[in-house]
Design a protein around this ligand. Sequence first.
Ligand code: URA
Length: 188
Amino acid sequence: MTKQAKLENLKAQILKDDVCPELAGAATQLVFGYGNPDAQIVFVGEAPGKNEDLKGLPFVGAAGKFLDEMLATINLKREDIYITNIVKYRPPNNRDPLPEEKSAFLPYLQQQMAIIQPKVIVTLGRHSMECFLPGLKISEVHGQAKRKNGQVYLPLFHPAAALYNGGMRQTLLDDFATIPAVIEAISN
Ligand code: URA
C-alpha cells in the first residue's frame, strides 16, 4: 500500500473512532494534513483556525502565508513538505487545545509520522513541541535539532506568534535557515 493510501486509511479511522466528538460537532470538517507523503520534512502545528476549518487544509491563513514565505527562503514549496496539526478539528473561537484533546489525537499523529517517516519533524510552537519533546522550554531550545528514539526534531516558534513580533520573526527566519543543514547532517 502506498503512503498516500495509508494516510487516507488513517484519516478514515479518525472519523470512524469519533475522536473528540465535541470539537468535531462544532467544526466544519476534519483538517487532516496536506503535502507530500514522501516528504523529508514534516511541520506540525497546533490546531486548525477559522480559514483552515473552512478550507479543510492546514495553515492557509495569515500564519500559513508567513510559513510559505519562510519555506521559499530555503527553496521549498508546500508540495515538497507535509504539514499537519496535533489537533485536527478547530477548537471553538481558536482557543488553545485542551490537554485531553491533544492526548486524544496523539496516537493518530504518531501513526501519521510513522507512515511518512520524515527525516525531521519540525514542531511549530510550544504545544507541538510538548507532544514530542515534553519538559523542554521553547525559549531555550528553539532552533536546536534534537534526536529522540531515532527521530530528529527541530523545535521552532509558532509562525502566528512571530507574525507581528519583529524580534521573534527574525529569530524564526534564522532558525528556519538551519533546516537544510539539519537535513544534510542526517543524510550523511
Ligand atoms: N495555526 C496552526 O497551528 N495550525 C494551522 O493549521 C493554522 C494555524
